[in-house]
Design a protein around this ligand. Structure first.
Ligand code: BES
Ligand code: MN
Ligand code: MN
Length: 462
């Protein structure tokens, strides 16, 4: 596919301006204030898929935001690739920490992106990465090189748990039938260290509530004589890890898959600088479960983290009060074989168990999802590996990621197909954070690599 480079070169400016237009629409799925913009984005995606050469594109309404489905079936006997992505984005808050407005994309150079990066909410997660697939499709259809069938399924609720997509997948198994699922919604190690994501962590998300007295009390009159919900909650949370940073919930590790020494040695070969890691986030030491490296702690090991905690008086000055209630949001990242519903239940039972007399504890489960791991000897992985080898000049490294895309395990369960995660973002691209960006080089590299995946997957399937 020599032509791909010249095709990109000839259409560079348009490829960038189309993505920039897409990024200007604030498609925040979590906040009802952005509802119209989320719907509008689905229309833009629909038009772009038609423009890229899909024969049939439809907007599939759901109880929430629509799923854009598109396809081009050229021959029933050829393999079918199903591309998944999401057009919704995370809220931009805190907006004051952005150097430029989140929905007014600008291209700036950075140390990691000397060729420039597009700064905007959704640039990397996932509009930019999803749009690489639309442009790769355009290249293949316009130059008559589409080697197989393709289906697109682009949703608008990934950042809020993909609830309606789950129903859609269960109800449309025939329509979504495929030989492999292809997703660009993860990252890679570095521009000169290509990698393919072979695992994702699962997730269990809960909110906890500790209630003491029926009203806020004077901390002098009552202090010392009744349980203070914030004191109790922080003590309970602290007890969830032991001195080795091991999680103390009974049964929590029962199903955790233990990697062999050989597998761990293989993982440790991936280039990684602890110094650069610490420097990039301005910490003087790393922290975590005893006996595991940083890369193991953030990928193959489960975690428990408080995401937010509140209660009592947090206004100006001092107020002497024992609050009636205290709250926290807690996420647990899970590894393959751990079942998120079982872990949620173990958490609930344990948390209620450790509550001292004098308070009431409530655990409200939010959402969750299973982890995922995929072998490297599949046709899909081999095709991706060959594609990267062509465009990066190096064999990519398999890498398990710490992030979660819960729908991937549902795909496997319902559609019986494996997912190949070809991510082109960098950890430093600040997804979900202020100043999210996506490298221009990464964007074009993705567009260049994707058609080769189609080619090799089709060849290897013969
Ligand atoms: N694209 C991310 C997940 C991701 C990013 C995986 C980088 C691996 C590397 C996705 O949009 C996301 O943010 N997922 C959420 C979970 C979801 C249920 C809200 C997450 O991981 O927190
Ligand atoms: Mn994403
Ligand atoms: Mn995300």
């Amino acid at each position: 596919m020599q032509q791909i480079q010249s095709y990109i070169e000839a259409h560079k400016d348009r490829f960038l301006s189309e993505l920039i237009d897409l990024l200007k629409i604030p498609s925040v799925s979590a906040d009802p204030a952005f509802k119209d913009n989320v719907f509008k984005t689905s229309e833009v995606i629909k038009d772009s898929l038609l423009e890229a050469g899909c024969d049939h594109v439809e907007i599939c309404e759901t109880e929430g935001f629509p799923i854009v489905y598109g396809e081009k079936i050229i021959d029933k006997n050829l393999p079918t690739i199903l591309v998944y992505g999401h057009y919704d984005v995370q809220p931009a808050d805190p907006i004051e920490l952005w150097d430029s407005p989140p929905y007014e994309p600008v291209i700036k150079t950075t140390k990691t992106h000397p060729e420039g990066a597009i700064f905007a909410r959704g640039a990397c997660d996932d509009k930019g990465q999803m749009y690489m697939h639309v442009k790769a499709m355009e290249f293949m259809t316009k130059t008559n090189q589409l080697p197989c069938n393709v289906k697109f399924m682009i949703e608008g609720e990934e950042e809020v748990g993909s609830v309606n997509l789950s129903k859609f997948v269960k109800a449309n198994q025939e329509k979504l039938k495929n030989d492999v699922i292809l997703i660009s919604d993860t990252g890679m190690i570095a521009p000169d260290v290509p990698s393919i994501t072979t695992g994702l962590r699962g997730l269990s998300y809960v909110e906890v509530e500790v209630t003491g007295p029926n009203r806020d009390l004077h901390s002098g009159l009552y202090g010392g004589a009744v349980a203070n919900p914030i004191n109790v909650l922080t003590k309970m949370i602290a007890s969830l890890h032991d001195e080795n940073n091991h999680i103390t919930i009974p049964g929590f590790y029962d199903r955790v898959e233990n990697l062999s020494d050989a597998e761990r040695a293989e993982m440790a070969k991936a280039p990684f600088s602890l110094e650069a890691y610490k420097q990039s986030i301005d910490i003087d030491a790393v922290y975590g479960e005893k006996g595991y490296s940083t890369n193991e702690r953030n990928s193959i090991r489960p975690t428990l983290d408080v995401n937010g905690i509140w209660g009592g008086y947090i206004g100006e000055g001092a107020k002497t009060v024992i609050p009636s209630q205290a709250f926290a949001k807690i996420s647990m990242r899970l590894v393959p074989n751990q079942d998120w519903e079982e872990i949620t239940e173990l958490f609930k039972v344990h948390f209620e168990n450790i509550a001292p007399a004098g308070v009431k504890v409530k655990v409200n489960p939010h959402h969750g999802g299973q982890g995922y791991v995929t072998p490297i000897d599949s046709i899909g992985y081999q095709a991706a590996s060959k594609a990267y080898t062509d465009t990066f000049g190096k064999t990519p490294i398999p890498q398990r990621s710490g992030g979660s895309i819960p729908i991937v395990s549902l795909f496997e369960q319902e559609l019986k197909s494996k997912t190949i995660l070809m991510g082109f973002g960098l950890d430093s691209d600040a997804i979900h954070s202020p100043n999210e960006h996506f490298g221009v080089w990464n964007y074009f590299k993705g567009i260049e690599t994707i058609p080769l995946f189609y080619k090799y997957f089709t060849e290897l399937s013969k």
